[in-house]
Design a protein around this ligand. Sequence first.
Ligand SMILES: Nc1ncnc2c1ncn2[C@@H]1O[C@H](COP(=O)(O)OP(=O)(O)O)[C@@H](O)[C@H]1O
Ligand SMILES: [Mg+2]
Length: 325
Amino acid sequence: MKFAFIIDPIDRLDPGHDTSVALMEAAQALGHDVWVTQADGLGVEGGRAMGRLQPVTLTPVELGSDRWVAVPNWYTLGESAYLPLETMDAVFMRTDPPVTVPYLYTTYLLDYVDPQKTLVVNSPQGLRTANEKMYALQFTQAIPETIVSRDKAVIRATVDRWGKAVLKPLGGKAGEGILFLEAGDRNLNSMIEISTRQGQEPVMIQIYLPAAKDGDKRVILLNGEPIGAVNRIPTGNEFRGNMAVGGRVAAVEITDRDREICRQLASTLRRDGLIFVGIDIIGDYLTEVNVTSPTGIREIDRLNHVNLGQQVIEWVVSALREKRQ
Ligand SMILES: Nc1ncnc2c1ncn2[C@@H]1O[C@H](COP(=O)(O)OP(=O)(O)O)[C@@H](O)[C@H]1O
Ligand SMILES: [Mg+2]
């Protein structure tokens, strides 16, 4: 089969860490043709989504002492062609957040991929529906106490009530803009003003979960089912566990509570075409649903001796076969 990946410029990917590369490698290893494109190479012509596609051949990473290691020239690109995306069997939308207006435009372009011919992972409609912070709000049994507001008085009153809270910009990722708030902090007003851009943008305020010091668990879901997990533990004076800010990764079990949270999400994720998702769980609570370009596969593969990329590609192949029968 033919698999296209919409990625950030390939020379900026980190083959030892990035899930997109793990998925591409898995597709290649299973005998499929792998193509890459970027959001800026997409368009619509004659009612069909087009992409400037380039075939790519990868030299797979190898296991080093504490991470996957790639050779310096780990990819070779072939000649590019501007083709209808429906010439591909599946298209993985893997552009990194933030979700900007151009990102949203890309999802509108992807609406012009014929679903009878090509599976888009994740669904462009789903990508528009699921703001990575706000999507979790509907799972009221799974999330900790959380509000969304741009109103300083509301935010202050909430922080005063809870004592400790975490502020999250609604479009953030990788720990960016995440603040620890404490009642009585002399910077509180100022932090709210900066984060809401003087009340122009709503932010999320969530009760501080002390369990965060033991880690922020990433659970990978494939069509609503948990297939793997990794813990990210804050290091030094940092309260955030994100790998991008130095979080230490460690093997972790998927607990009964984690499975229960996944069960609460499963049918909604399927309805929204959110096939490949990474949820964040702190203690017993769901804190985030990552749908744009979830990561974690490389770390899970290394720590648990599994191959999640292969599982994902096999699932996509069988979903396509079923649809075409
Ligand atoms: N409610 C919370 N209590 C304590 N720490 C939190 C809470 N929510 C998030 N964090 C910390 O902030 C980090 C980033 O939060 P998250 O909501 O996953 O946003 P993102 O990963 O998109 O930046 C997490 O890794 C975790 O360490
Ligand atoms: Mg997160």
